[in-house]
Design a protein around this ligand. Structure first.
Ligand code: MLT
Length: 283
């Protein structure tokens, strides 16, 4: 057991390899592992952590982000390393099988996790994400971003990224969400951002994982106004997964769990309860 300490709020510090992760746990019941996107942290899932009932929600800050340790070298970041961190977190918390819920980069990590540790995944929720590898053009954009963040620090990169993450409805009507996202991103250190950019640039093509998901009930969620992974990408991905259900969330961009928190928590609650009921009926 590598759980080093626990704060009263259910936040553990868990050592994984060369790094210590901050991991928040809430509730009791079958485990749900929440994996945030880039360059964010577990507070992306605040509403879900506070309101999901009947399940044990586990939300780590990925290495380099939030309150977790920040390895300095980009070589200490990769999809394989993020997935390995998650399996070590589950081992430390005594959880064998989980429902995995990943948003965007968290979805890439979920695919890598499935590739390596398929028997640890009971069900899957894919939010605002895609399965394909980076395109050549995308790789060049990541390289330019790495060069820029290394030279200028995080702030200019963050300011440019905030409007791309949120839908026009949020930008027009939910200034509190815009500010919370900006604050979250500004907290991320340049080393964590550069490491994640390199890991996303070099990620594998997970398209072949999609057709292998027979037997893994999957919920695909996409924001109607998501400009980074648009609903058309979510539709295509869902059509390639044998047991997928697709929901498009109105008035949400790339960060549906923050932009429409009540809707996303309700969708998750329904999906998880249905899976538990189906599991009990089969038993
Ligand atoms: C994320 O939200 O995790 C990122 O936008 C993913 C990406 O840049 O591919």
């Amino acid at each position: 057991m590598k759980v080093d300490s626990t704060t009263p709020a259910g936040c553990h510090r868990i050592r994984v390899g060369d790094c210590e992760l901050a991991v928040e746990c809430a509730g009791r019941g079958p485990a749900v592992l929440f994996v945030h996107g880039f360059p964010l942290n577990r507070s992306l899932w605040r509403h879900q952590l506070d309101h999901l009932a009947g399940f044990r929600s586990i939300a780590p800050d990925l290495r380099g982000m939030g309150a977790s340790g920040v390895p300095l070298s980009p070589s200490e970041y990769s999809m394989a390393r993020y997935a390995q961190d998650l399996v070590e977190v589950l081992d430390a918390l005594g959880e064998h099988r989980v429902t995995m819920c990943g948003l965007s980069m968290g979805g890439y990590i979920a695919f890598e996790f499935l590739h390596r540790y398929r028997d640890r995944v009971r069900a899957l929720v894919l939010m605002d994400t895609r399965a394909e590898a980076e395109t050549e053009q995308g790789r060049q954009t990541r390289d330019r971003a790495i060069e820029r963040v290394t030279r200028q620090g995080s702030a200019p990169f963050v300011e440019e990224m905030v409007p791309k993450l949120l839908g026009p409805s949020t930008a027009a009507r939910r200034q509190g969400v815009v500010e919370a996202v900006r604050r979250m991103m500004l907290q991320t250190s340049p080393n964590g951002i550069v490491g994640a950019l390199a890991a996303m640039r070099d990620r594998a093509d997970y398209s072949t994982v999609l057709s292998s998901l027979a037997g893994v009930p999957t919920l695909v969620v996409a924001g109607e106004e998501d400009a980074i992974t648009p609903p058309s990408a979510a539709r295509l991905m869902a059509s390639r997964i044998p047991e997928a259900r697709l929901v498009i969330v109105p008035e949400a961009g790339h960060l549906a769990p923050m932009e429409q928190p009540e809707t996303v928590t309700r969708l998750l609650q329904e999906f998880l309860r249905e899976r538990e009921t189906a599991g009990r009926q089969r038993a």
